[in-house]
Design a protein around this ligand. Sequence first.
Ligand SMILES: *Cc1c(COP(=O)(O)O)cnc(C)c1O
Length: 364
Amino acid sequence: MNVTSPLMPDLGEFTQMLKQIWESRWITNNGQFHQQLEKALCAYLKVPYISLFTNGTLPLLTALQALRVSGEVITTPYSFVATTHSIWWNGLKPVFVDIDPANCGMDPDKIEAAITPRTTALMPVHCYGKPCDIVRIQQIADKYGLKVIYDAAHCFGVEVDGRSILEYGDISTLSFHATKVYNTVEGGAMVMHDAATKQRIDYLKNFGFESETEVIAPGINSKLDEVRAIYGLLNLRQVDAAIEARHQVAVRYREALRTVKGIRFFDDMPGVRHNYSYFPIFVNAEEYGMTRDELFYLLRDNGIMSRRYFYPLISTFSTYRGLPSATTENLPNATRIANEVICLPIHHELTNDDVDRVLEVIVR
Ligand SMILES: *Cc1c(COP(=O)(O)O)cnc(C)c1O
């Protein structure tokens, strides 16, 4: 049993739409389906502006460029490595801040101590699609004049009190990679809040071209092609059903795990529309009687693939471990949680029997 399974369009419908691309001979560069997908995603995600990208890493890189971020960027070590890599690729210095175990997001109580005169931006992650403390993070950003770029790679469709989580911060980025709740095979997007920024981002993701002869900045190539745009349009039709199927998996896991000593998991937060992109459990070895790794390998021996997201911490990788903020003393919660976490299989094709097979291994 795999940890995830990609959401894929009906092959017949996909083939039908491919024919339109073949007939038009327009296969990339802001084609009709690219434009349709941007419109459809704005409507689905309840945001006024979106720019499609070829993956979820390049919008992070481009956001730092677009906002002219310099010096130091405060971020979290508890994420996929692309978050910190995007800071590094911009020639900036990542500064790690510990996480709050309640949501695995950046701990607002620890941010101010990490701010120096060189700090210009915060790059928090809504980990597992669980909203960070968006209000307090914005208060700190306002107080110190910092930009906020949210890595919202896990947040497709997540809403707080009926508003998209993507409304918060200066820019949010999404990943549409095959392993995410919604995918375009590879793909991603950036969400911004005004037409001028959208225009500038569209130039930047197309080498900086403003017109045939004018280049306004050192842009990059991060365009999404027409083939993946139709794949994305078709997947959008079934993503709600996929999220509901994931929800049912989460409900079944929670019911069975609630009484298991030493296993912690997240419940839904009031007022939040979750997307059930991951189902992390946290193993307290002493109480549970088995370490996280022992359980991880036991699951594997039973043919069940789980993932230790996010272990190891980004701050332990060779590029980053020499940074002053990368020490375990600075990151006690992240260090502990990285050693406790297992993300259980969760996807739209998982049956009750599958879920019960996973639970049989864990509930002893
Ligand atoms: C998946 C992911 C990314 C990178 O997205 P890609 O589409 O794979 O480039 C960035 N940040 C986080 C938190 C992710 O989970």
